[in-house]
Design a protein around this ligand. Structure first.
Ligand code: CA
Length: 133
């Protein structure tokens, strides 16, 4: 179990949004990686399992739901905390997201501060050893 700075992976193809989020999370003291498509997200997770994954539902190469199924089927990532990003109106995706085991979701457009509050909440719940001071 890694102690120290939590590592968060953002899987998001909208580059501007990914950059803003990365900046805000780094300001919070997290280590942050960005994957611009679904396949790269899976490759990066295989290299280094993050403490939390922020997963955009609509991704090139592999959709959020495919990624979730893959993650939940593997022992290394079965319990990896995931916050899913959906566009407004994608109700069905949200429900399917919970079925495949996402921990929380945030609807776009979101405020970085809202997402960061959820990141803290999910980490506290899933990785109490990473809880902030
Ligand atoms: Ca997208």
């Amino acid at each position: 179990m890694t102690l120290g700075t939590p590592y968060i992976l953002i899987a998001e193809d909208e580059r501007g949004q990914a950059e803003i989020l990365k900046y805000n999370l780094e300001e919070e003291g997290f280590r942050v990686g960005v994957a611009p498509d679904g396949q790269q997200a899976l490759d990066m997770i295989e290299d280094a399992v993050p403490d939390l994954l922020i997963l955009d539902w609509m991704l090139p190469e592999k959709s959020g739901i495919k990624i979730m199924k893959k993650l939940r089927a593997s022992a290394d990532t079965k319990s990896l905390p995931v916050i899913m990003l959906t566009a407004r109106g994608e109700e069905d995706d949200r429900l399917r997201g919970f079925e495949v085991g996402v921990d929380d979701y945030v609807v776009k457009p979101y405020l970085p501060s809202e997402l960061i509050a959820r990141v803290h909440a999910v980490l506290r719940r899933s990785r109490p050893e990473l809880a902030e001071e």
